[in-house]
Design a protein around this ligand. Structure first.
Ligand code: NAD
Ligand code: IPM
Ligand code: MN
Length: 357
């Protein structure tokens, strides 16, 4: 029997809660699909900062690089426990997350936003607005203003640099066009080309890639302010969105409102040797330890791991169907249901076991 080696980075607050839930689901799957998992839990995030003096210990990096895939919960702490300002960059908890993405070279962050049939009512938006939404946000993950130099926070001035090189834009554009070919055939590139030089460059390069290699894919451009409005006004218009690191971060939290909760959204970060799979949400200190975390985003990230990282499509579908079924029966409290993390996880595991016959 094949055993996949998973590096597991639970992280902080609800990170370990959604990871435990996801591991229960993966274990329920294993027997049916003829493989198993070995899990190596590694120090990462705020707890690693306390125990190892860094949010991303060297041994954690190395173990991730040697794994078949990396499964991540979430990191971060409340302001006050680890003050966010004037802390050296390497000591910031979130730097551990940026560090592992950069180390693995996972420049493409795929964030699907889908409204399941019959579950439109989970959205705070009108059902007729969200019905049929099925988009993929392709967020550039290892460049842009998150990593640009120079960057500093001085007594009288703060600076961050938004920079993209041609190869960086070309490769993320290709990911988006390739995805669109397999989906609805349309890419919307989102930028701020009416103001920012970096966006004008981004747009030119995306157009160049489309003209040279993907003339069969439709390409449109939206300014990010309009895009934010269009996402809530008529989300069905989108197929594949491609955008920069910062815009993709903001727009994907916004898009989470369409299916109903940030706790639902999964992601896959790919483009390197080893993929990194993590929910879109953060460590949510406000709800930690109360059985309130929605683990669906983490479970669906594990499904993306099976699909894109391990080439186990049938098992990926089994998780997606089980999560959908558990949501339809009675969702978690963030979605207006009555289930806590545990009860929801048991429901997903039950759905998987049942379908396993
Ligand atoms: P957050 O995503 O942690 O929480 C935002 C809101 O959504 C909160 O009200 C929270 O209770 C709710 N929420 C989030 N996930 C949920 C879930 N699974 N189920 C139910 N409700 C959920 O964002 P924040 O509060 O701005 O940030 C908290 C910390 O998380 C910060 O340190 C931030 O930097 C970090 N963060 C980490 C990641 C990551 O590790 N990938 C992502 C985003 C934020
Ligand atoms: C995310 C998070 C991270 C990001 C932070 C915590 C560094 O918000 O994964 O969406 O901005 O990429
Ligand atoms: Mn984010």
């Amino acid at each position: 029997m094949k055993t996949y080696k998973l590096a597991v980075l639970p992280g902080d607050f609800i990170g370990p809660e959604v990871i435990d839930a996801t591991i229960a689901v993966l274990d329920a799957l294993s027997s049916k699909y003829g493989f198993s998992f070995s899990y190596t839990r590694l120090p990462f995030g705020g707890s690693a900062l306390e125990s190892h003096g860094t949010p991303l210990p060297e041994a954690t990096k190395v173990a991730c690089g040697a794994a078949d895939a990396v499964l991540l919960g979430a990191v971060g702490g409340p302001v006050g426990r680890h003050p966010w300002n004037r802390v050296p960059r390497e000591q910031r908890i979130e730097s551990g997350l940026l560090g592992i993405r950069k180390y693995l070279g996972v420049y493409a962050n795929l964030r699907p936003v889908k409204v399941f049939k019959g579950l439109e009512h989970l959205s705070p938006l009108k059902s007729e607005v969200v019905r049929g939404t099925d988009m993929l946000i392709v967020r550039e993950l290892t460049g842009g203003i998150y990593f640009g130099k120079p960057s500093y926070n001085r007594a009288d001035e703060g600076l961050s640099t938004d920079v993209y090189t041609r190869p960086e834009v070309e490769r993320i554009a290709r990911v988006a066009f390739e995805a669109a070919r397999l989906r609805g055939g349309k890419v919307t590139s989102i930028d701020k080309a009416n103001v920012l030089d970096v966006s004008q460059f981004w747009r030119e390069v995306v157009i160049g890639v489309q003209q040279a290699e993907y003339s069969g894919v439709e390409l449109e451009h939206l300014y990010v302010d309009n895009a934010a409005m269009q996402l809530v006004r008529s989300p069905r218009q989108f197929d594949v969105i491609v955008t920069s690191n910062l815009f993709g971060d903001i727009l994907s939290d916004l898009a989470a409102v369409i299916p109903g909760s940030l706790g639902l959204l999964p992601s896959a970060s790919v483009g390197g040797q080893v993929g990194l799979f993590e929910p879109v949400h953060g460590s949510a200190p406000d709800i930690a330890g109360q059985d309130l975390a929605n683990p669906a985003g983490a479970m669906l990230s594990a499904a993306m791991m099976l699909r894109y990282g391990l080439n186990e499509e049938a098992a990926a579908k089994a998780i997606e169907q089980a999560v959908e079924r558990a949501l339809a029966e009675n969702p978690t409290k963030d979605l207006g249901g009555t289930r806590g993390t545990q009860a929801f996880t048991e429901a997903v595991v039950r759905a998987i076991t049942k379908s396993a016959g």
